[in-house]
Design a protein around this ligand. Structure first.
Ligand code: SF4
Length: 283
């Protein structure tokens, strides 16, 4: 029998800043899985690591920029998309990924999101949705489902939540997907596809936040919340996006899949083509 050998290295060491560990994430948090899928997709991509860059804002998901061992930008709250847009416009050869949570990306930064999708800026948006502001104490935000309890909606949220795949598709994103942080193979494959897409590639990653969200919403523990996301999910790539909003009813499925994948010239591609036509003197 082959003797077991032990090592203090890990296959992802080259991609992570292990000297910054232990990380800040709580036991059962889904962000770690999402990061694992992201770095695995980078390893598999044809783009060299020194051409990948990640931009994060503030929040638990925002810490990713500090942990991934590539060129990283940890920016102000709600503003990772404007920073990433500037980076992509000035350095179009970079594969730029925004890694952000729901409070940062869509509650504070929602206006940037819809306009970057409309302009079809060539960014990969890895959007961890755990339905609350985890880092700052579990307040509700724009993706908190109706009736969910949070620190600031102790009797239930009376607002309606954004249905993110529908919003992204309606704003013009050519690639729209949703997986949970437990669908690791599908999520990794979707991220690899996002790298290939010339345009705004959006992936919603439904993720457990047992500390901020789960325990206020009657999930017994992290395993219970994870089980709900894994077993309550159904794959339907052709789903009607008007019907995929997430609710608090346990009997309602979480619809996941690669919903939109179409070719639309990105902002940079469209601008280059226009410039060529202008220089040729044609209309
Ligand atoms: Fe994860 Fe929630 Fe803990 Fe933040 S508060 S690290 S999102 S479990």
């Amino acid at each position: 029998m082959k003797a077991l050998t032990y090592t203090d290295s890990h296959p992802t060491d080259a991609l992570l800043r292990a000297e910054r560990f232990p990380h800040i994430w709580c036991p059962g948090c889904g962000i770690g899985n999402a990061v694992r899928c992201y770095v695995a997709a980078m390893e598999a991509s044809e783009t060299p690591l020194d051409k990948h860059a990640v931009v994060s804002g503030i929040g638990c998901s925002g810490r990713v920029a500090g942990y991934v061992n590539i060129d990283s930008y940890h920016t102000t709250h709600g503003r990772p998309i404007p920073f990433a847009t500037g980076l992509k416009l000035m350095k179009p050869e970079l594969e730029v990924t925004v890694f952000s949570g729901d409070g940062d990306l869509i509650t504070i930064g929602g206006n940037h999101f819809i306009h970057a999708a409309r302009r079809n800026i060539d960014l990969n948006i890895l959007f961890v949705n755990n339905f609350n502001y985890g880092m700052t104490g579990g307040q509700f935000g724009a993706t908190t489902p109706h009736a969910a309890r949070t620190t600031t909606t102790p009797y239930g949220n009376y607002e309606q939540a954004f249905n993110m795949p529908l919003l992204a598709a309606a704003a013009g994103a050519p690639f729209v997907a949703r997986w949970t942080s437990l669908h690791v193979r599908q999520l990794r494959a979707a991220i690899e596809r996002a790298f290939e897409v010339d345009g705004f590639a959006f992936i919603e990653i439904i993720s457990p936040c047992p500390i901020g969200f789960g325990r206020k919403n009657r999930f017994a523990d992290a395993m219970d919340e994870m089980g709900h996301f894994r077993e309550g999910a159904i794959v339907d790539h052709d789903a009607d996006l008007r019907e995929v909003g997430v609710t608090m009813r346990r009997e309602d499925p979480i619809v996941v899949g690669n919903f939109v994948d179409k070719e639309v010239p990105s902002y940079n591609t469209g601008k280059s083509r226009l410039l060529e036509r202008v220089l040729r003197g044609s209309k």
